[in-house]
Structure formats: structure tokens, C-alpha cells
Ligand binder design. Structure first.
Ligand SMILES: C[C@H](O)CC(=O)SCCNC(=O)CCNC(=O)[C@H](O)C(C)(C)COP(=O)(O)OP(=O)(O)OC[C@H]1O[C@@H](n2cnc3c(N)ncnc32)[C@H](O)[C@@H]1OP(=O)(O)O
Length: 805
């Protein structure tokens, strides 16, 4: 623990940035203070002091009037405008309890923080107050700054009005000790407030962290400076960069909290602690002044350098992790006080950056997807699924069984013969063991999970299961037969689901009577790893069954995406052109497939289209393509390269050869020397004669030619209301296809480019290549066309229609 070392901000000669301090209307903010610092480290496009509109501290957290005006113009943004309340009660013992209340998570708006500061000032000026306890209402401390407010913020502004200076002065440098009494969570700005207090007490169920980086920003209320000084540089960086939320007991161990106490004693203990600081029995720590967790500057810089290497993968295409480390470094080399001011500036700059906007959009998309009008808002209670049966133990079936067993739910796999059954059970066992090796479950849980997986060759064992997931081949007659059998053998309230990735559920269940308990559960491969689960409903699927499946998805740690039944559902439908457009570029235009993959990877996709086809299997890519060509004959391209690959038994990873070659026993791809011959043969078969010439095309256009058709089809998915809202499709593209999260999802990205540009490029390629026999592949969809001509966002194509559900 560091000794008490008063930090008087204005005494420090190094603080060079003039900061005009004025916080809202209610605070102490009439004072001005001059602080100094060197130039801020820059983020990708630093514009501090150059933007057009002033950002006031109150606006930053959605309290300012300008921000309210922005909101009232944007009526569609749903914001909780209930006024936050901050109360202060002074006890006979001389402790002022300041309580933040802003349901549901006590988020910090401008109004709220101004009120907190005002209460601190009031407590400081009252003679009967000896010490202060800061806490949150309703059993929660604070979930951080109000993200809605940050989301609608448009520009940084010219004149800077800092809030962190006020916080430093009023809380940390204030004349009376303050203790944070923390329950449930202290996150982001919440933890920053707590760290500015002189001690922190938490209940055992509390989680603490600075998760700002998940939003594309960095902490902005001193977190990058105080956290390293409380827990050490390495741990602080790990926590911020990996968005870790430390449980109370770990926080105690690392020094982030001073004591863990039961909830019923939290306030009483915090009062005592605060009084003991006031009376000098406990040291009066000011976090910014501490150095007991820091080594020498050289040691700290070495750690930062190593962390830049360790987390290199997080820095690709985004500015915020680098900015975070820059500010930490700045505070270690220079002055932590000045660094808090730089940190706050950069945090706000990042808030208006494309990455910030995209990641905040994803934050709310993740929450919106759980809300299904007519299902989750009806007061129905989900029924628990206590046992599951899977029909078919192939790659998907065994993956699904693994996902279920991982959560300690009994699972029964049905196969058609003993050998297939043995293979399936063994695959599940190996999957589970691999998860255990990665730390996902303990040895005890592993043994228990393995014991919960059983096999059968007979539907007679299905009598008691609550859910059946059919994971057989993609054959309509086969699936129809299975569902007839299931209806016969399963109990009357058993949910019957199919894992088809493409076929309309109505078609699968055409011969089934119990339509209300029929649904699709479309897992993505590998099913025990991929987080998305498309829950496909028909007109007849009952709300109860939908709710049960949403709940089941959460239990098995999947994100449930409700979609209306249609060919390919949301993800496969929107992305079916991903591979076929790449195929067209490679065969018809002569673009090197490896270059195409590289361009897509640089953009942020986990793998390019050719590597993806090798991964899923060329046969599967071909089968999917065939089905889609039957459904959308005018706009589905033939996958001539996949066709050839299958013919030559180059099925991808599993045969060690595909578009790439693979060393036996590895998944590491290498360029295949024979590819150019294969491409030549594919061209010949496509009727491209001796006069064929490759086309010179920029990387940017390659990227657009692969991804704009995806946006185009995604518009159709919205138009047809396959998904409930555009943010659902954004999330689906991220979780199902690995579309880069920091680009906000396929529609959000399309809107960031603009419907006009996408439309004009597609129209150009449509006219240029229509003679190549590719039909309407590049033709803009009517909804894209309308968005372009009306200059409306693509996201507005689908409106959530409660009445329809
Ligand atoms: C200056 C500072 O450094 C900047 C910051 O502080 S940025 C903010 C940093 N904080 C965060 O990133 C934490 C974000 N929130 C969370 O992780 C989780 O919401 C939580 C752990 C606090 C609570 O989780 P949980 O109980 O599961 O509730 P959850 O469903 O996530 O949230 C409840 C509601 O609160 C909203 N909410 C949560 N945190 C919010 C926040 N910081 N701002 C605005 N709304 C928030 C959610 O959108 C949701 O709204 P809805 O009911 O309309 O969908």
C-alpha cells in the first residue's frame, strides 16, 4: 500500500494544457484551473481542437442540451430519459452517503455526474460531515458512462471542457476521505469513480473492470492512470485490453479493492472505513499518487512494449488498443495527472470514431436480439429443456451434442448403425476433452459431461426427451420421414427442431401434424464453438416453443437469433454470394484466388472465400450453391472451381487438398502449385477461349466485388423480413460469418459506405458483365435501389413490426 502523498494538481509545473473547467450547472464548476501536459499521443486521425462543434463535459455523458437536441431530432433512438437521481444522507456519525440512482445500471449521464460532484461539494462544505461513502442504488454500483449518450455524439468540438479534472479535484484531492461501497458491478466510469475514492469495499458477487475497449474507446475518467497504480502495469493492461471483469476476490488479491464484505454489512463497513481514514487510523490513499505497484519507468516501459507484441492481434485496423497503451505510457513517463486529461480527450475522440460507433452499435445489437416482440414480452415463462436427442451424429450432430453436454444436459444421439454411432460418441468425447484442455471445464465436469452422452439406434428411446434436433443430410424426403417418425415416438410436448442450414422449415415439416412445436435450430460449425444459433420459426411455431428455444440457446451459451423461415435463413442467405463472387473474379476475370483471400483477410474476415470453402468442404459449398441456384436461378452463380475440385477429389482440409494444400495432420494452408492448371481447366470448361485475358483490378474493387453482392442480398433479407431488425443481421454476420465486429456488421458497414456508392458499383458491374452469362448477380435489389435514390439508410429497410409477430 502506498503512503499518503497529497497531489495538488495546480502545483505541478508539468501540466501545460489549459483546461477550462466547467461542469454542467449544478457543480463546483465555476473554478478554472491551469494544468500542463505535453502533446497528447495521437490516435489514427487526431482532430482534438479542430472539429466544428464544442463538446461540453455534460454533453459527453448525454447531459448537455446540445446532445438532447440531437436526440430529439433522432426520434428513433430509444433512450431512457428518466432523470437520474443522486441523493445524500448524512448520518449521526458524520458520514455522508451519496447514492447514484439511474436504472437499470446506474449509468453515468452528464446530469448524473454533475449531481455527484455537487453532492461531494455539499458534503465538503458541511461542518457535520467528516467522511463520504459513494454507492449505487438497487444493489448495483455503476455500469459506467451512458453508452446511448456516447452513441449519438457526433463530433468532438473545439473548446475542451474537462470532467476528469473536476473528478480529480473534488473526489481524489477533496478535503474529506471518500470510500466506494460497491455491489454487483463497478464498470468503466463506475470503477473510475470508485478508484478516485480513497478506498473501495465490495460484496463477494461484485465484478470490476474497465471494459471501455469493447466499445472502441478507452477509459475517460482516469482509469488508464489509476488502474496501473492500483494493480500494476501488466495486470491493468491485461484487464483493459481483454475487457476482463475481475471478481471481488481477485480484485482484493490484486489491490483493486481493500476489503470484501457481505452485502448486508457493506454500508456499515464502508462508513467505518471512511471514518478511520478521517481519523488517521487507515492511510489516506490517493490512487494517482501511488507508486507501490509500479516498478521503475524502464521496467514499466518494457512491460508495455511486451504487451504491444502479445496483443498485436487486437490492433489490426483499429485505433483504440494502441491509444490505450499510449496513454498508459504517457502517464508513466510524464505526469499521471496530465495523462488523465489526455486520456479523456482521446476517449471522446474515439467515441466519435468509426470503430467507436460500430462497436457501440454491436453492444446494443447484442441486447436487442434477445427481445422478440410477441414472445419475450408476453409474460410467458420459459420451460426448461432437461434432455435432448440428436438425430444424426455426423460433424454437426456431434458438435451440437457437445454443446449440450458441456452444460451438463443429458443428450442422446441416434445413428443408423453401430459403427456410425461409435464414431459419433467418440467425436463428442474428443470434443469435450479438447474443451477441458482449453480450460472450459474441470476434470470432474468433463467426466460428468461424458457420462451424460448416450447413443441409440432406435427412436423408442426418444419417449422422454424435451427437445429433438434433427441433424441428418440435407435431403427433403429424408427429413420429412424423420419428422413423421419423431411425431410418433416423442411425447406430445417435445419440441421438434431441424438443424437444416437452408431448407424452408415448412417444407421439412410438410408431413408433420404438430406444426406449433416445429422449429429450426440452425447451428454453425463447429457447433460447440460457434456462438450463433439461428432459431427459425414458421407462421405456426408457438410463442411458448420460441421462448423455450431462446432460453435453451442462452443455457447452452449461444446467441439466439430469431428468424422467419425462408431459404438459407439470415446468414447463409445473405452470404451465399461470398464464395460465388470470388469464383467469378478468379475464373472469369483472372484474379489470383490467394490474392482475393488476402484482401478479405486484411479487411478483417477470419478467412477469405476460398479458404472458407476448403474449411467447410468443397462438396458442401457445391451442394449449397446447387440448392440456391434452384431457388434463385437468375442471381446465383455457378461455382465452377468448386465443381472441378469435387471432381478431382480436392475436397478441402479433410482430403489435404483443395484450393490450398495442407500438410498431413495440420490445418495450415499452403499455396497449391497445381492451382493455375486447375484454374485454366475451369476457364476452358466455362467456355473462355484463347482470346481470354485477365482483367487488371484494384484491391479495393476486388473487396467491393466480393462484399457488395452480400450487402445487396442482405437488403433482400431485410425487405423480406427474414430478421426482425437490421441490427440482428449485423450481429448474425459477425457471429455466423466472422464479419469484423469493429465494422459493426454487414448492414452497418454498408451504411457507412453509403447505399449510393454500393448501388452505382453494382450497376456498373451488372452492365459490364451481363454478357458473361451471370444474369442478375450484380443487379441492385429493389430495396437497395430505393435506399440509394431516397438517400435513406439500409438499416431502415426493415422496421420492427410488433403487430406482425
Ligand atoms: C468515461 C468512461 O470511461 C466511459 C465508460 O464508462 S463506457 C461504459 C463502460 N461500461 C460498460 O461497457 C458496461 C456495459 N454494460 C454491461 O456490461 C452490462 O450491461 C452490465 C454488466 C452492466 C449489466 O449486465 P446485465 O445485468 O446482463 O444487463 P444488460 O442486459 O446488459 O443491461 C441492462 C440494460 O442496461 C443497458 N445498459 C447497460 N450498461 C449500460 C451503459 N453503460 N449505458 C447505457 N445503457 C446501459 C443495456 O443496454 C440494457 O438495456 P435494455 O434493457 O434496454 O436492453
Amino acid at each position: 500500500m502506498g503512503d499518503f502523498m497529497p497531489v495538488k494538481g495546480s502545483d505541478c509545473p508539468e501540466r501545460a494544457v489549459a483546461v477550462n473547467l466547467s461542469v454542467g450547472d449544478a457543480s463546483s464548476a465555476n473554478s478554472t484551473r491551469t494544468a500542463t501536459a505535453d502533446q497528447p499521443p495521437s490516435v489514427s486521425n487526431p482532430k482534438v481542437g479542430r472539429s466544428s462543434r464544442t463538446c461540453q463535459f455534460g454533453e459527453y455523458f448525454l447531459g448537455g442540451s446540445a446532445c438532447r437536441k440531437t436526440l430529439s431530432r433522432k426520434k428513433k433512438v430509444k433512450v431512457n430519459m428518466a432523470r437520474p437521481i443522486v441523493t445524500m444522507d448524512v448520518g449521526d456519525d458524520g458520514v455522508a452517503i451519496i447514492t447514484m440512482k439511474n436504472p437499470p445500471v446506474n449509468a453515468i449521464s452528464g446530469e448524473m455526474i454533475s449531481a455527484v460532484f455537487a453532492k461531494f461539494k455539499a458534503a465538503h462544505s458541511r461542518k457535520d460531515v467528516k467522511a463520504i461513502v459513494l454507492t449505487g442504488a438497487d444493489g448495483k454500483f455503476c455500469g459506467g458512462a451512458d453508452i446511448r449518450g456516447m452513441q449519438v455524439m457526433k463530433s468532438v468540438g473545439t473548446a475542451w471542457e474537462s470532467g476528469v479534472v473536476t473528478m480529480n479535484e473534488i473526489i481524489e484531492d477533496g478535503p474529506k476521505p471518500a470510500v466506494a461501497a460497491i455491489e454487483t458491478f463497478a464498470l468503466g466510469g463506475g470503477l473510475e469513480l470508485a478508484m478516485a475514492c480513497h478506498a473501495r469495499l465490495a460484496t463477494p458477487n461484485t465484478r470490476l473492470g474497465l471494459p471501455e475497449l469493447q466499445l472502441g474507446i478507452i477509459p475517460g475518467l482516469g482509469g488508464t492512470q489509476r488502474l496501473p497504480r492500483l494493480v500494476g502495469v501488466a495486470k491493468a493492461i491485461d484487464m483493459m485490453l481483454t475487457v476482463q471483469m475481475a471478481p471481488a476476490k481477485d480484485a482484493l488479491k490484486s489491490g483493486l479493492v481493500d476489503a470484501v464484505v457481505p452485502p448486508e454489512r457493506l454500508i456499515a463497513e464502508a462508513r467505518k472505513w471512511a471514518l478511520n481514514i478521517a481519523s488517521g487510523q487507515i492511510p489516506w490513499h490517493r490512487s494517482l499518487a501511488r507508486s507501490d505497484h509500479l516498478g521503475s519507468v524502464e521496467e514499466s516501459l518494457k512491460i508495455i512494449k511486451e504487451k504491444r507484441v502479445e496483443y498485436k492481434h487486437l490492433f489490426k485496423n483499429v485505433p483504440h488498443p494502441g491509444a490505450c497503451l499510449d496513454v498508459v505510457e504517457h502517464g508513466l513517463i510524464k505526469d499521471p495527472y496530465a495523462a488523465t486529461i489526455l486520456e479523456e480527450r482521446m476517449s471522446v475522440e474515439l467515441q466519435v470514431s468509426p470503430t467507436g460507433k460500430a462497436l457501440m452499435h454491436v453492444f446494443f445489437s447484442e441486447r436487442a436480439v434477445l427481445k422478440v416482440p410477441g414472445v419475450t414480452d408476453t409474460g410467458l415463462k420459459p420451460r426448461q429443456i432437461r434432455s435432448v436427442a440428436i438425430v444424426g451424429g455426423g460433424l454437426m450432430g456431434s458438435g451440437i451434442a457437445t454443446a449440450v453436454a458441456l452444460q451438463q444436459i443429458p443428450v442422446l444421439i441416434k445413428e443408423t448403425d453401430t459403427d456410425a454411432l461409435k464414431r459419433a460418441l467418440n467425436t463428442v468425447k474428443v470434443n469435450l476433452e479438447n474443451r477441458a484442455k482449453k480450460g472450459a471445464l474441470t476434470q470432474q465436469k468433463l467426466q460428468s459431461a461424458i457420462s451424460l452422452v448416450r447413443g441409440t439406434l432406435d427412436y423408442k428411446d426418444f419417449g422422454n426427451v424435451d427437445l429433438v434436433v434433427e441433424a441428418a443430410f440435407e435431403s427433403i424426403p429424408l427429413k420429412q420421414q424423420i419428422f413423421e417418425d419423431l411425431e410418433r415416438y416423442c411425447k406430445p410436448d417435445c419440441i421438434l427442431a431441424t438443424n437444416t442450414s437452408l431448407i424452408d422449415i415448412d417444407l421439412v415439416g410438410a408431413k408433420t401434424r404438430c406444426q406449433e412445436r416445429l422449429a429450426g435450430t440452425h447451428f454453425f460449425s463447429p457447433a460447440h464453438i460457434m456462438p450463433l444459433l439461428e432459431l427459425v420459426r414458421t407462421e405456426k411455431t408457438s410463442p411458448q416453443v420460441q421462448l423455450d428455444l431462446i432460453n435453451f440457446a442462452k443455457v447452452i451459451r449461444k446467441v439466439p437469433l430469431t428468424v422467419n423461415s425462408s431459404i438459407g435463413f439470415a446468414v447463409n442467405r445473405a452470404f451465399f454470394s461470398y464464395g460465388s463472387s470470388a469464383n467469378f473474379l478468379a475464373i472469369q476475370l483472372g484474379v489470383d484466388p490467394y490474392r482475393i483471400d488476402r484482401i478479405l483477410k486484411n479487411f478483417g474476415m477470419p478467412v477469405g472465400p476460398f479458404r472458407l470453402a476448403d474449411m467447410t468442404g468443397q462438396q458442401i459449398s457445391l451442394a449449397t450453391n446447387k440448392l440456391l441456384r434452384e431457388t434463385f436461378p437468375h442471381r446465383t452463380l455457378k461455382m465452377s472451381l468448386s465443381d472441378l475440385m469435387v471432381e478431382k477429389n480436392r475436397l478441402g482440409e479433410k482430403t489435404g487438398k483443395g484450393v490450398y494444400n495442407y500438410k498431413p495432420g495440420t490445418r495450415k494452408e499452403e499455396p497449391a502449385p497445381e492451382l493455375s492448371d486447375l484454374l485454366a481447366e475451369a476457364r476452358k470448361r466455362a467456355g473462355l477461349g484463347a482470346d481470354w485475358r485477365e482483367v487488371s483490378i484494384s484491391d479495393e474493387e476486388v473487396l467491393e466485388m466480393v462484399l457488395f453482392p452480400v450487402v445487396n442480398e442482405a437488403c433482400r433479407v431485410l425487405e423480406e423480413k427474414v430478421v426482425l431488425r437490421s441490427s440482428d443481421l449485423d450481429l448474425a454476420s459477425i457471429l455466423g460469418m466472422g464479419f469484423p465486429k469493429y465494422r459493426g456488421g454487414i448492414i452497418f458497414w454498408g451504411d457507412s459506405i453509403g447505399a449510393g456508392h454500393i448501388h452505382s458499383q453494382l450497376s456498373k458491374w451488372f452492365n459490364l458483365y451481363k454478357s458473361n452469362g451471370i444474369g442478375d448477380f450484380y443487379k441492385p435489389s429493389p430495396s437497395l435501389e430505393r435506399s440509394a435514390s431516397s438517400k435513406r439508410k439500409l438499416a431502415s429497410i426493415v422496421e420492427v413490426s410488433q403487430s406482425r409477430l
